[in-house]
Design a protein around this ligand. Structure first.
Ligand code: HEM
Length: 431
């Protein structure tokens, strides 16, 4: 069956393949909120504190990693007509390794203890290896003419670089050998995580989901074809110059950073422009989440450029935190949250209609995921992000920020579970 030109739903994997990841993601977001409440304003003293590193990975590996891994396993057969082989086994294995891996990594930071870190390295390393091997094989089979496939390939390479650097950094904690150039390696690790993995995957997926779900015109063909490759090359060049000793770095590396920022900014502005040209003028939750996410991406890029142009800012912790909150909570979580609100009801409807047709009435998408619940959660998130960013400047605000963010994660989990229960209730009619 093909509902959209170029999309094939024939080979969609069983529903639990993506759902086990989707249902886990908000729980990590909730843990991040509880951690922020527990540590309070002290969390914002320095980016190198164990609690900050724990918070960062609850969000980047826990919330974003879970949702993005689940989404890729679901979207590859649909968008690239190239399913992951043995999806059930791969999903179970990857989820079963990553979930305890993230928890142990967080415990390793918080307890400053060697063993949880060593175990986390084994679990995360193996989990990502299985995931990359499975999706890598599927992406190799897929057509290179599809810009989403090309972008996903770069994103997977971005994940490999991020994980390799992350494991190197983690070995510091696991064996206490301590890297001499920890700051440079950490900055490379986070740049690849943010721009190589998260940013690249969002761009790749948006080429198909923005026009399809938000009824906008398509992204300009040339830009869609070349943008991810150009950004990837810039990230490589920028990383290479970053490894040079400071006195040997010339203005070139600043120019490369600016070009990469301009590429991402161009993407965000194009997305906002396409949204203004959409066919249906009514705004829906996904559209608003994406719009909010793109504005936060632009603000995060502005903060990043200021940081690179004025090295003095690097030592101002508020600036580092504001940038991280804007990118992680403002951009990445918003975009993923908005996507979940399209993918989840659609998948449930899709799986139900193939089983219930001719037997019972199939619930529609509004019944599966009611608008009111999504909107309530969206407003909580929209309130949480600015308070979180202002908390970077005035740390006592971390309490209301964490409460709002935690409440939004609880409601997101509730909305996802309620939708999944609609599936379970209806599927019982035919089993
Ligand atoms: C196998 C997976 C990963 C491992 C083992 C890992 C490990 C680490 C470690 C050990 C550090 C601390 C560096 C230090 O204290 O010297 C770190 C920092 C960081 N990681 Fe990861 N990481 C992983 C994946 C990711 C991903 C996917 C992202 C983002 C998408 C990410 C974002 C960050 C950030 C932003 C920091 C710096 C936090 C700060 O400056 O406060 N990590 N990572």
């Amino acid at each position: 069956m093909s509902l959209q030109p170029g999309l094939s739903f024939d080979q969609a994997p069983p529903i639990l393949v993506p759902f086990r990841f989707f249902l886990s993601a908000p729980l990590f977001g909730l843990l991040a909120a509880l951690l922020a409440l527990w540590f309070g304003p002290a969390l914002l003293d320095s980016r190198w504190q164990p609690a900050v590193l724990a918070w960062t990975h609850l969000m980047t590996l826990g919330f974003l990693g879970m949702a993005m891994v689940g989404a890729m396993m679901q979207l590859l057969p649909v968008m690239a007509a190239s399913p992951v082989a043995h999806p059930v086994g791969v999903a179970r294995t990857v989820h079963g390794l990553l979930l305890p891996g993230v928890i142990l990594l967080v415990l390793g930071f918080l307890l400053a203890s060697h063993w949880p870190m060593r175990l986390a390295m084994a679990l995360l390393g193996t989990g990502f290896l299985v995931f990359v091997a499975a999706v890598g094989e599927s992406l190799k089979r897929a057509s290179s003419a599809n810009p989403t496939v090309v972008g996903m390939r770069f994103a997977v390479i971005g994940l490999v670089v991020t994980a390799a650097l992350g494991l190197t950094l983690a070995s510091n904690y696991g064996w206490g050998w301590w890297l001499t150039d920890r700051v440079t390696v950490t900055n490379l690790h986070l740049s690849w995580g943010f721009l190589g993995w998260v940013g690249m995957l969002v761009i790749a997926v948006s080429y198909q989901v923005v026009p399809m779900f938000q009824l906008t015109p398509a992204y300009p063909k040339m830009a869609a074809r070349w943008l991810t490759g150009a950004l990837f090359m810039l990230l490589l060049l920028w990383s290479a110059t970053r490894l040079l000793p400071e006195e040997m770095r010339d203005k070139g590396w600043l120019a490369i950073g600016l070009l990469a920022a301009a590429g991402y900014a161009g993407y965000a502005i194009t997305t906002l422009r396409l949204q203004l040209q959409r066919r249906r003028k009514q705004s829906d939750v996904t559209l608003l989440f994406w719009r909010f996410g793109m504005v936060c991406l632009l603000l995060a890029l502005a903060a990043g450029v200021m940081r690179q142009a004025m090295p003095l800012l690097v030592d101002i912790q508020g600036n580092n935190f504001a940038l991280a909150f804007l990118f992680i909570a403002g951009f990445a979580v918003s975009v993923v949250n908005g996507m979940l609100y399209k993918i989840v009801p659609f998948l449930i409807w899709f799986h139900l209609q193939s089983r219930l047709i001719g037997v019972a009435k199939v619930p529609n998408m509004k019944q599966i995921m009611p608008d009111a619940g999504m909107r309530r959660q969206m407003w909580l998130h929209f309130a949480a992000v600015p308070v979180l960013v202002f908390a970077a400047l005035w740390p006592p605000l971390i309490y209301p920020a964490a409460l709002l963010f935690g409440a939004s994660m609880v409601l997101l989990e509730w909305n996802l579970i309620s939708a999944y229960n609609v599936y379970r209730r209806n599927i019982k009619l035919v089993s």
